[in-house]
Design a protein around this ligand. Sequence first.
Ligand code: SF4
Length: 418
Amino acid sequence: MPEEKKVIIRRLNTAKDLGKFMADYYYELDAAAKSGKQKIAWCTSVGPAEILRGMGYLIYFPETHSAMLGSTRMATDLIPKANAIGYSPEICSYLTADIGAFLENVTPLANIYKGIESVPRPDVLVYNTNQCRDVQDWFNWYAKRFDVPVVGIETYRNVPEVTPAHITSISRQMENIVQPLEDVAGRKLDMDEFKNAVALSRECSNLWEKCLAAAAARPSPLTFFDGTTLMGPAVVGRGTQKAIDVYRLLLEELNERVAAGEGAIENERYRLYWDGMPVWGRLSMHSKLFAGLQANVIASTYCSSWIFTALDAANPFESMARAYTELFIVRSDDYKEKYIRDKLAFFQCDGIIYHDAKTCPNNTNCRYGMAQRLEKKTGIPSLIMHGDLNDLRLLSDEQTRTNVEAFIEQLEESGKAA
Ligand code: SF4
């Protein structure tokens, strides 16, 4: 049994700036909802945010709210409320937690940000099914409740190679949502503002990519568990200067850590890759569990999902179509396997944790033999953790602890320690 050491996890100073960024973001939305001075669009996390910015919308992301419901451990009690109106316990627990919260008229925003009482009312809802079909049902439900329009982009799935036909189809769909969005906004899409948002998104993406790449250093200055909250601006703030400003600070601090040889955890011996969703209600517990075993989860598919290298302000619709179709989640298993292999090599990982999230098959990649195939090709062992992103009834903490300890012991015995 590997000996569990005293846990030392070094917090990043920039976490405070990130906290302020998120507070400013929610207060701005709340003020707009109360005053009615600026239109609000609800958008999926990898939806066409830049088009919305080109029409002056403020953007609210229900998935981020759901992640907060998870991390505050409110979700598990709220999910049955959505089940009671016909949404299965088997489907996305972001959807069920969020709709459950709406039905109960509760939000973690009210507990965290004084003065905010509810989520901001939408003027329009915009989805892209590039991640899953659940978002379409989720957003359609809200459209009926608020009696506002919903527009969407239907994306290809299981894509081996992104072809010109994919790009043409998706960019046309993006162009087609402009008119209904202009009708709600009461103004035209400003091409300069739109291009500027694409340029800012690209810069944000570049900085976020560099922040994540800093974890390749030994010891790694970053953990996956920090990354899940640090990625907030890449999700809700892309297309804005504020997100860029905060990532410049983060990158500076990470580079300082690397230069000083300071790791995010004390005595990093094992370097792990995480595939799948985080367990939002167990971030702190998992962070301590791994750090206590001198294992650092340094990289993930999930945090890298907000890197959009294809974005190009000179060609906004087509480059957005490419960026939002090139995503890992949209791609075929062959592509995904290669992607993970490249990450394992870049970050010099000793093992992989696959999170089999019961209610999110879309972000779960270990159900069709990928773990075994990759292990055969790379020799890098893996562990499948059974759980869920939000529904804590679907996991066993004891089982997780036992399995993770056994996995680290396996790495120890195979001489994988740094
Ligand atoms: S990708 Fe998974 S977690 Fe995200 S909205 Fe879809 S089903 Fe839910």
